[in-house]
Ligand binder design. Structure first.
Ligand code: NPQ
Ligand code: MG
Length: 368
């Protein structure tokens, strides 16, 4: 396959409601899409970096820059491009995993469309639909939170994840557990907002039978997570710290986590994400698919990934309308708490031209 043209397209999608986490409040999704053209197919990739480097060090403008200057030239200058060859071709450039993941995703989509194969088929999906959870932002009051959770439970979400931070942790968890009972699958995500010295405080979450606590400490604190695990009954799940299959292997061996959140963007692509799935499966570590407020493009690929056999916990693969009143593809709709894995070639979805144009803020083409 030869990549002839690459489009870097910026879009801005308004969120249905502000989404507050321990690192900030977002009201729009400013995303970067990568479109590759080959002789016989087009492929779409989505870069999950945020507008600002608050979740991790990557941010959208930096991703566009590294793609334009280094990553796209390294792939497009080759006459024989394959999806499996993208990561090796980009390996000389350190870091920038979300940017790399977006380019690999676009090449994989083009390759699979040309082969008439779906993402799910190529990745090894074994389910036709995946159970879905939802991530619930930090609110101004417990009443507001209970109203929001009620709405999601009534919509059919099978698992609730509460965003937490110091000052918004034990009380919201207690309130939700009290209102919805012991059968509700409930977990929390701190986005690195705590210190190891908060161990005794975090142990106060133990009585509420949470499925897991996600990324309580800093991304780089692998050993401290292992220490914290010895103070908590609640299983630790790592998100930000798991930047590769190697990092996952280290975390498992150290006892830094008992569960892994897999986000393809964070680890450099869907192929590395599958390697982490395989590694965790071999170690008996449950995994689930995280979310980065993806459009229908990234959502399609995530739903396909989440259909692999080791994804034994519901993911943050929510329906499109959890975040957007109008997605750029046909929306993903929750049915009985599940999303259906697309079966058409490649991602199985494509942007609706009018909707895409309506939210586009910038576009540039790179040609070979
Ligand atoms: C997480 N996601 O698991 C992330 C963090 C996150 C669904 O909780 C804009 C773009 C806002 C990406 C807010 C969920 C975001 C974002 C939070 C990612 O840690
Ligand atoms: Mg997280």
């Amino acid at each position: 396959m030869k990549v002839t043209d690459v489009e870097l397209r910026r879009i801005e999608l308004p969120l249905v409601a502000p989404f507050r986490t321990s690192f900030g409040t977002e009201t729009t999704r400013d995303a970067l899409l990568v479109r590759v053209l080959t002789a016989d197919a087009e492929g779409w990739g989505e870069c999950v970096a945020m507008e600002s480097p608050l979740y991790s060090s990557e941010y959208v403008d930096a991703c566009a820059d590294v793609l334009r200057r280094f990553l796209v030239p390294a792939v497009a200058s080759s006459d024989r491009v394959t999806a499996a060859g993208v990561a090796p071709a980009l390996a000389p450039f350190r870091g920038h995993r979300m940017a790399k993941a977006a380019l690999e995703m676009a090449v994989l989509d083009a390759e699979l469309r040309a082969q008439d194969r779906s993402f799910g088929d190529a990745l090894g999906a074994v389910h036709e639909r995946v159970p879905c959870g939802v991530s619930v932002g930090i609110m101004d009051s417990l009443d507001e939170l209970l109203d929001a959770v009620t709405g999601y439970v009534e919509a059919g979400y099978q698992r609730i994840k509460l965003k937490i931070e110091p000052g918004w942790d034990v009380e919201p968890v207690a309130a939700v557990r009290d209102r919805f009972g012991d059968d509700l699958m409930l977990q929390v995500d701190a986005n690195a907002a705590y210190r190891l010295s908060d161990a005794r405080h975090l142990a106060r979450l133990d009585p509420y039978d949470l499925l897991l606590i996600e990324q309580p400490l800093d991304e780089e604190e692998m050993l401290a997570h292992a220490d914290l695990a010895r103070h908590l009954r609640t299983p630790i799940c790592l998100d930000e710290s798991i930047t590769s299959a190697r990092a996952a292997a280290d975390a498992i061996r150290l006892g830094a986590c008992q569960i892994v959140n897999i986000k393809p963007g964070r680890v450099g692509g869907y192929l590395e994400a599958r390697r982490i799935h395989d590694l965790c499966q071999a170690h008996g570590i449950p995994v689930w698919c995280g979310g980065m407020l993806e459009t229908g493009l990234g959502r399609a690929a995530n739903v396909a990934l989440a259909a692999l056999p080791g994804f034994t916990l519901p993911g943050d693969t929510s329906a499109s309308d959890r975040y957007f009143s109008m997605d750029i593809t046909e929306p993903f709709v929750l049915e009985d708490g599940y999303l259906t894995v697309p079966r058409s070639p490649g991602l199985g979805v494509t942007p609706v031209p009018d909707r895409l144009d309506a939210v586009t803020t910038a576009s540039e083409w790179l040609s070979w």
